[in-house]
Design a protein around this ligand. Sequence first.
Ligand code: AMP
Length: 287
Amino acid sequence: MSLTVARTAEELRTALCSARETRRRIGLVPTMGALHDGHRRLMRTTRDRTDVVVVSIFVNPTQFAAGEDFGAYPRTFGADLDGCETAGVDVVFAPDVATMYPEGTDGGVVIDPGSLGTVLEGASRPTHFQGVLTVVAKLLHLVGPDAAFFGEKDYQQLVLVRRMARDLCMGVEVVGVPIVREPDGLAMSSRNHYLSATERADALTLSRALAAGVGAAGDGAAAVRAAAEEAAVTGPVEVDYVAVTDLDLAPPSGGGDARLLIAARVGTTRLIDNTAVRLGDGATTRS
Ligand code: AMP
């Protein structure tokens, strides 16, 4: 199957018609474009686990608050299409805003993320996850995949999408894919485009703080948080939060598998990062 670009729901239906008729497994990778190796890992995983790979490219206005970077968000559609073709993607779904929000972006039916949408990222960006879940629900309905693939880079988003799929009985498998990093540890992100050379160096504070936290894992959650926070606040960034949670983003209830998460502003760019951490028994891992 060569790459098909679908701009409308009708074109998407046509592109997936034979896949559905022949009961091939469809995998969806939702993205906002400006594709990098993190996205490519999602595509590879999807290729390995499903028969037909659909990548959506849509900069979703409703997950940006007023004053955030919706207008400035990098848009590299030509290069994205080349990258998708090279990665063996079957269908790129690239709708416009009117296709995704036919009645406009205000006042319609939305998905309420619940209390988990108000903490961590949701505390700084109160409307963000409502916008994310609403657009992901629309994409799932339009594409009708068997499985959808999300990066652990946006860990809270992954947990919330998984919960939405379960709570709303969507019948889609939600697969988490590990974080892809630059050789020096910086988590790949489309927003890294915004960083000056100095800010790019300063941004390493986030991954270094995570490494410091992981280094204290044997001593438990409080020690992990303290070590990460100390490394972060002494760096040239403005820390928003450092948190240690269980895998569902609840407070950790002792030792075992947990997540260490950080958000910080580097100049005017807000970056997030996180890592797996195994608390309490001295054995540590990093993604
Ligand atoms: P975005 O285009 O930033 O909305 O991201 C689309 C998908 O790619 C989301 O599921 C992200 O979590 C995932 N993603 C972004 N950056 C990375 C990364 N460095 N490693 C793995 N997945 C990523």
